[in-house]
Design a protein around this ligand. Structure first.
Ligand code: FES
Ligand code: FES
Length: 161
């Protein structure tokens, strides 16, 4: 079947099977490999994207169920229009919020969702909101620092949506 959805502001389509997960559709159907797949069982959060503005683990939903919706955004849609890093991406870089980088797309997406919802979270709230995203490298401390540093920024600048 042909599935069409808006991804990072652009209509995109690909032929796929009914059983195809959104994560596979984005990576294999559309070539957007910035969305990582760590577990495929809804545990690690590496595959997090925004669907109609809400954070979703893309390995938990079928691509056909997202047909006609807006995937805003995948990590490929996070940079500013001039190609520079968005506030949240820059904060991860500045505060060493990544090491191997495998969890980073999901961490950036879940952090952006938090700051869209709650622009000035406490550290405890950041840790609580990110608890569905696993990082095997950083010990989380610098990730939390990065999110706190990005907090308070104009939400329109968190992602180029
Ligand atoms: Fe989706 Fe791990 S790959 S939660
Ligand atoms: Fe390696 Fe998070 S930076 S898994």
């Amino acid at each position: 079947m042909k599935v069409t959805m808006t991804v990072n502001g652009r209509p995109m389509s690909a032929e796929t099977e009914g059983r195809t997960l959104l994560s596979s559709f984005l990576r294999d159907g559309l070539g957007l490999t910035g969305t990582h797949v760590g577990c495929d069982t809804t545990q690690c959060g590496a595959c997090t994207v925004h669907v109609d503005g809400e954070p979703v683990k893309s390995c938990t939903v079928l691509a056909q169920d997202v047909a006609g919706k807006s995937v805003t955004t995948t990590i490929e849609g996070m940079a500013n229009k001039d190609g520079s890093l968005s506030v949240i991406q820059q904060a991860f870089q500045d505060h060493h919020g990544l090491q191997c980088g495998f969890c980073t797309p999901g961490m950036v997406m879940i952090s952006a969702a938090l700051l869209n919802e709650k622009p000035n979270p406490t550290e405890e709230e950041v840790r609580h909101y990110l608890k569905g995203n696993i990082c095997r490298c950083t010990g989380y401390h610098n990730i939390v620092k990065a999110v706190m540093a990005a907090a308070g920024a104009d939400s329109r600048k968190l992602a180029a949506e």
